[in-house]
Design a protein around this ligand. Structure first.
Ligand code: UDP
Length: 331
C-alpha cells in the first residue's frame, strides 16, 4: 500500500515505518522534526513539514494516492500540557483536523491514530478496559480524547474508518538495534535509568515509595514498541480489507504490571553484565501519577488477532540497553 505516516521520524513512528517498509509498503513520512530525528526516518521518504500547512498536505495527497494514514505526531508531555494548553489543542486537535479534512477531500478512508491511556484519567479500576470511563485530567489526555470523538463524527458524516490505539507505557527499541528511543527532554523511566547506567546522566530519582502497591512504587504496563507497531499494522490491514469499519478504539498494553522498583532491579541486573551501575536517589511523588495503570488489551487481541511478542520486561530492557549503549558512544 501507499501510506502516509505523520510523525514517522519520532520514537514510535520510526519503528512503525521500519515495519511497514519491511512488509513491502511504500511510506511517505511527514514530520516537522520538532521532536523527531531525520536519522530515524530512514525507511520512508521524508517530507519535512507541519500539519498546520494545509497547502503542503494538499500537495502531498495530490502527488500520492494514499490508501491509509497513520498519525503519530503530537505534543505529549503531560506537565507541559498543563502549562501550555493552547499548544496541545492546536497541535494535537486543530492540526489533526487539517489532516482529516484533506483525507476526506481526497477520498482516503483508513486512519490509525495514536491515542493514550491518559484519556482515562484517574483509574476507577484496573486493568483498564475499553468500557472504563474516559475522564482525562490534563490537556494532553483531553486533546487525544477530542480526536477520538472527532473520528466518530467523521465516520458518521464521511465514512472515514479509524482505529485509535490507546498506548500504555511504550518502551524498548528495534530488536535489530538500528533505531530506538530518543526524547529531549527524556521523561520516561526506562531510558532515564539506562542513561544513568551509561553515564549520560548522573542518577535516577524514584518518584515516591509510599504508594499502595506491593513495594510502594508505582506500577505501569510496559509495552514493547515493536508489539505496539504490530497492532497498528494489523489494524490498518483490517481497515484496508474491510474486515473492520467504523470509528474504533482499543487499549494496548501487556496486561502485566511492573513497579518502578522492579524495572530498576531488572535494569541493574542487565547493566551489571557490562560492569555498569545505576545511582538511585529518592524523591517525592510526581504530581498526577496514579499508583497503578495496567491495560486490559483483550479486545485488541480478540478483534485484531494481536499478540505481544516481547511481553517480558527483561527482553524489553535488553533491546533498550543495546540502543542506549550506541547513543552513549555517539554523545
Ligand atoms: N518515574 C520515576 N522517575 C523518573 C521517571 C519516572 O520514578 O525519573 C516513575 C513515574 O513516577 C511513573 C513511572 O516511573 O510511576 C513511569 O513513568 P513514565 O514517565 O515513564 O511514564 P508514565 O506512566 O508517566 O506515562
Amino acid at each position: 500500500m501507499q501510506l502516509l505516516v505523520v510523525g514517522g521520524a519520532g520514537y514510535i513512528g520510526s519503528h512503525m515505518v521500519k515495519q511497514l517498509a519491511a512488509a513491502g509498503h511504500k511510506v511517505v513520512v511527514l514530520d516537522n522534526l520538532s521532536t523527531g530525528f531525520s536519522s530515524l526516518a530512514k525507511y520512508g521518504s521524508l517530507v519535512i513539514g507541519d500539519l498546520a500547512d494545509v497547502k503542503l498536505l494538499e500537495q502531498l495527497f495530490q502527488d500520492h494516492k494514499f490508501e491509509g494514514v497513520m498519525h503519530f505526531a503530537a505534543a505529549s508531555l503531560v506537565g507541559e500540557s498543563v502549562q501550555r494548553p493552547g499548544k496541545y489543542y492546536r497541535n494535537n486537535v486543530a492540526n489533526t483536523l487539517n489532516l482529516l479534512d484533506v483525507m476526506v477531500r481526497h477520498g482516503t478512508k483508513n486512519f490509525i491514530f495514536s491515542s493514550t491511556a491518559a484519556t482515562f484519567g484517574e483509574p476507577e479500576y484496573t486493568p483498564i478496559d475499553e468500557a472504563h470511563p474516559q475522564k482525562p485530567i490534563n490537556p494532553y489526555g483531553a486533546s487525544k480524547l477530542m480526536v477520538e470523538r472527532i473520528l466518530q463524527d467523521f465516520h458518521a458524516a464521511h465514512d472515514l474508518n479509524s482505529v485509535c490505539l490507546r498506548y500504555f507505557n511504550a518502551c524498548g527499541g528495534d530488536p535489530e538495534g538500528e533505531i530506538g528511543e530518543c526524547h529531549d527532554p527524556e521523561t520516561h523511566l526506562i531510558p532515564i535509568i539506562l542513561q544513568a547506567a551509561s553515564g549520560r546522566r548522573s542518577h535516577i530519582t524514584v518518584f515516591g515509595r509510599d504508594y499502595a502497591t506491593q513495594d510502594g512504587t508505582c506500577v505501569r504496563d510496559y509495552i514493547h514498541v515493536e508489539d505496539l507497531c504490530y497492532a497498528h499494522a494489523l489494524a490498518l490491514d483490517a481497515l484496508a480489507n474491510c474486515k473492520l469499519q467504523g470509528a474504533l478504539a482499543y487499549n494496548l498494553g501487556n496486561g502485566l504490571g511492573y513497579s518502578v522498583q522492579q524495572v530498576l532491579s531488572t535494569v541493574q541486573k542487565i547493566v551489571a553484565e557490562d560492569d555498569k551501575e545505576v545511582t538511585v536517589e529518592e524523591g517525592p511523588r510526581r504530581p498526577g501519577d496514579p499508583a497503578i495503570l495496567v491495560a486490559d488489551a483483550a479486545l485488541a487481541k480478540y478483534i485484531l488477532g494481536w499478540q505481544p511478542k516481547y511481553a517480558d520486561l527483561e527482553t524489553i530492557i535488553r533491546h533498550a540497553w543495546a540502543w542506549e549503549k550506541k547513543m552513549a558512544i555517539v554523545a
